[in-house]
Each structure stands twice: as structure tokens, then as C-alpha cells.
Design a binder for this molecule. Structure first.
Ligand code: ZN
Length: 476
């Protein structure tokens, strides 16, 4: 226990100082470091490996939907940004602009992309000619820049990594359907890959993407009861198609504007999974994205046969397709236990002379912190089963917490009490902006998503009939 405490004491208390806990965990586990420019972060190999696993999982899902990857330029002419009025207004406060290059002032300033609707709209306008070119579905994996004055690794940084998918359809109906299908894809991915339950729904006018007709989001509940927007999909109608001349000749020979939609998730997802599953010991990584799924720690490594048995087991598990690390460093087993627990590795296998003699292995599960003795001969099967159980357990635990912490309120005081208690609050809303602003001012909570059904009777602020039932929460 003494050793445990020595490590645990390096991480702030998760219940009483969650923000510091988060910072301690992301830095000490070497997921990230702070860049020299305020608002920037370095994603270190252990963090980047999680992102690569997220990419792999999402990319195959996109491709199955007929989406192709492409790459568009980082720099966008300033004039593009002003073509869609709402878009420019929404992004103006956070764009970075290049005014000088090659030792001279540029004729036209260039925007460092905050998102790529404009430049992709422009290019698609050149590529789309007839109904035969539609639908056109493209995605890019890239960085974007939205200026921030503070740095919260993975949650709020000026530059971050993401994917942005952009598609054009011949009809609004098809584009809207795709917008909802992508939301469902994200939801399935969150559940099965990040083991993270989410709530999905349409955003209010105030919270929607600048230039969209409708924005849909998925929200996840973090350990402290705050919400984290984990992905969004947008139906643009013809707004961007008209701004950038995305036109096609229909089957009837008539020239029409296309209907566009876009969707994105970012490295914020890494922040989301840390704050969903982490505990006092540090990270708890979901098996599907964990860079190391199994760590093997030799016990009494100097005893005859131990090193060889550990290497053999490592080889077997790698061959079976698991991401395995054999920690044969000079550190003590206790030190290694703490280190890999903090780094959130789902399974640790301890193998010593007695285990080998008995044909057993000691398996520690990071999610439950329980140890079990299992058959060494069945290591592949046992590992697969344990990883599946861990995924299942992480999801169930997070789902239970989320459902226990959704409360209803029909007064502003009730709403405040709910969010103060670390809950999401479901309440009626009349649909007017003033009431939404009042909730923000009074309870520092925002409308995360609107329920499909309007189950509430009255607006939580003004008491007029409810038009939408909204999930309010404090958000990252
Ligand atoms: Zn109202």
C-alpha cells in the first residue's frame, strides 16, 4: 500500500479537484505536453497512438458509407470566409490570419482553416456538374485552428486534430438523412469503441454551427457531471452550395444547387474518454483504443525460465492480435504495477516461477482492480474474454452514472440545484433566445441537445407552454 500511495499522491483528488486531476493525468501519463505557444499542445506518442486507433476505427466506418478521403489546403482566402454571412460572423473571433509571407505583405490575407466548408464548397463547385456526380462524399483528416487564450489539453487548444466530412446531395432529403446517419455512426462508435454512452439530438439555434440549417450533437457525461460535446453533424441546406456555386444539371436538364452536410469529431474525444473512465489511480483506457492492451510483468525475473516464459507469452498474445508490451525493464514489479495502472492499460499479466510451475498466470483488470489466477495454456482465449468484459463493464458503469444523473426541473431554482449537483437537467423551453440566455446567466448551463419528444409542459424560465424539451448542463 505504501507504494500505491506514493504514486497516487502525485495525482490530485478526483472528487475534490477534478480539473487538476485531469491535468495531472494527461501530463504524468505522457499523453501530452504544453507547446511553447500558449494554446498549443504536443500530442506525445502514447496520446497519438490513441488517436491512431480512433482514426482506424472511424475511417473504416466512413469508407463503408462510401466516403473517400482527400486533403484540402490549410490556407483559405479571406474572401471565402465572407461569402456565407452567418459563417464569417460565427468564426470571426477565433480565426488566425496570415498577412505576411515571403517577406512581403500579401495582397489578400489568408485564413488558417478553422473548418473547411468554404474551401471544400469552392472545390466541389468546380467538380460537380451533373446529377451523375452526386452524391459526392469526401472526408479529410487534418488539423484546424481556432484561437484560444487558455490551454486545456485535448479540450481547448488553438490547434487540434480532427476529421471533417463534407458531402453534396441532389436533394435536401438525402442530405438530411445522411446528417442523421452520421450522428448514428458516431453514437455507435462512441459506444463500441470508446465504451462511452452519449445523448444525441438537435442543437438550438444559438448552439448550432455558423451557417448550418440544423446541427445535431452527441454529448457525453464526464466524471464531474459536466457535459462534453463529442461530435457534431450539420445539415447546411443550400447555404454553402449557393455561396460557392455548387450546381448540377438534374435529370430533367434543369440547373440546380446541391444540398450539403458536414460532420466532425476531434482529439477532444481523447479528453472525453479520460474524463468518462478515469479514476483516482489515473487513466482507464477502453480496450479498443488502448495503445497497450496487455502488459506482462515478470516476477522474480532473475529466476530461471521466467524471462523466457514471459517472452513466449508475449509472442503468443501478439500473434493472436493483441497489443502487448513485455515490461522487462530494471524497475521493481511494484513500480511497474503503479506505472501501468496510471497509464490505464486494461490488463496486466504477472508471471513468476510459481505461476509457471502451476501453468497459471495472474491477471489484473484495471477497470475493477481485481486479480485472478487463470490458465496459462488458455492465455489467448482468457485475454480476449477479459478485454471484452472490460469494454462491457466500462460502458455499463458510465451508462448507469449518466442515467442516474439526469434530473427534471420545472423552475430555474430547480435547474440550478440540478446542475450544481453534477447532473444534466431536462426541462421545458418556450423556444425563445431570451429564456435560453437566462438559463446561462442564472445557472451557467447551456442547452446541450433537444429531446425528440417535447415531454415538458412549461418553459423553465417564463412559464409559457414548452415547445422543446431540452437537456441543460454545464459543459466543457
Ligand atoms: Zn421561455
Amino acid at each position: 500500500m505504501a507504494k500505491d500511495n506514493q504514486f497516487v499522491s502525485q495525482i490530485a483528488d478526483i472528487e475534490t479537484d477534478f480539473p487538476q486531476w485531469y491535468t495531472d493525468v494527461v501530463v504524468k501519463t505522457k499523453l501530452v505536453d504544453y507547446g511553447p505557444v500558449k494554446g498549443t499542445m504536443v500530442i506525445r506518442p502514447y496520446g497519438y497512438a490513441i488517436w491512431e486507433n480512433i482514426q482506424k476505427e472511424l475511417d473504416s466506418r466512413f469508407k463503408a458509407m462510401g466516403v473517400e478521403n482527400a486533403y484540402f489546403p490549410l490556407l483559405i482566402p479571406m474572401s471565402f470566409m465572407t461569402k456565407e454571412a452567418e459563417h464569417v460572423e460565427g468564426f470571426a473571433p477565433e480565426v488566425a490570419v496570415v498577412t505576411h509571407a515571403g517577406g512581403a505583405k500579401l495582397e489578400e490575407p489568408l485564413v488558417v482553416r478553422p473548418t473547411s466548408e468554404t474551401i471544400i464548397g469552392y472545390m466541389m463547385g468546380k467538380w460537380v456538374e451533373s446529377w451523375r456526380d452526386l452524391p459526392l462524399r469526401q472526408n479529410q483528416w487534418c488539423n484546424v485552428m481556432r484561437w484560444e487564450k487558455t490551454t486545456r489539453p485535448f479540450l481547448r487548444t488553438s490547434e487540434f486534430l480532427w476529421q471533417e466530412g463534407h458531402s453534396v446531395f441532389a436533394t435536401g432529403e438525402e442530405a438530411e438523412t445522411e446528417t442523421l446517419n452520421m450522428l448514428r455512426l458516431y453514437e455507435e462508435f462512441a459506444k463500441n469503441v470508446l465504451c462511452m454512452p452519449v445523448l444525441t439530438g438537435r442543437k438550438t439555434e444559438k448552439e448550432k454551427f455558423a451557417g448550418a440549417v440544423a446541427t445535431y450533437g452527441m454529448e457525453a457525461m464526464m466524471h464531474d457531471g459536466k457535459s462534453l460535446q463529442s461530435g457534431t453533424t450539420h445539415y447546411m441546406g443550400q447555404n454553402f452550395a449557393k455561396a460557392f456555386g455548387v450546381q448540377f444539371t438534374g435529370k430533367d436538364g434543369v440547373l440546380e444547387h446541391g444540398y450539403t452536410m458536414s460532420y466532425g469529431v476531434s482529439t477532444r474525444l481523447i479528453g472525453a474518454l479520460i474524463m468518462t473512465h478515469g479514476d483516482q489511480r489515473g487513466l482507464v483506457l477502453p480496450p479498443p483504443v488502448a495503445p497497450v492492451q496487455v502488459v506482462i510483468v515478470p516476477i522474480a525475473a532473475k529466476k530461471e525460465g521466467v524471462t523466457e516464459a514471459c517472452a513466449a507469452l508475449c509472442g503468443r498474445l501478439q500473434k493472436a492480435g493483441f497489443r502487448v508490451k513485455l515490461d522487462d525493464s530494471e524497475n521493481s514489479p511494484g513500480w511497474k504495477f503503479n506505472e501501468w495502472e496510471m497509464k490505464g492499460v486494461p490488463i496486466r499479466i504477472e508471471l513468476g516461477p510459481r505461476d509457471i510451475e502451476n501453468g497459471k498466470m495472474t491477471v489484473f483488470r484495471r477497470d475493477t482492480c481485481e486479480k485472478n489466477e487463470l490458465d496459462l495454456a488458455a492465455a489467448e482465449r482468457e485475454t480476449g474474454a477479459s478485454l471484452a468484459e472490460i469494454s462491457e463493464n466500462l460502458y455499463r458503469k458510465a451508462e448507469k452514472r449518466m442515467h442516474e444523473r439526469i434530473v427534471d426541473a420545472d423552475t430555474l431554482d430547480g435547474l440550478l440545484k440540478g446542475v450544481d449537483g453534477g447532473n444534466f437537467v431536462r426541462a421545458g423551453w418556450c423556444g425563445c433566445r431570451a429564456c435560453e440566455d437566462k438559463v446561462k446567466e442564472f445557472a451557467q448551463a447551456t442547452a446541450r441537445v433537444m429531446d425528440k419528444e417535447n415531454s415538458a409542459q412549461k418553459c423553465v424560465v417564463c412559464g409559457k407552454p414548452s415547445v422543446h424539451t431540452v437537456l441543460f448542463a454545464r459543459a466543457y
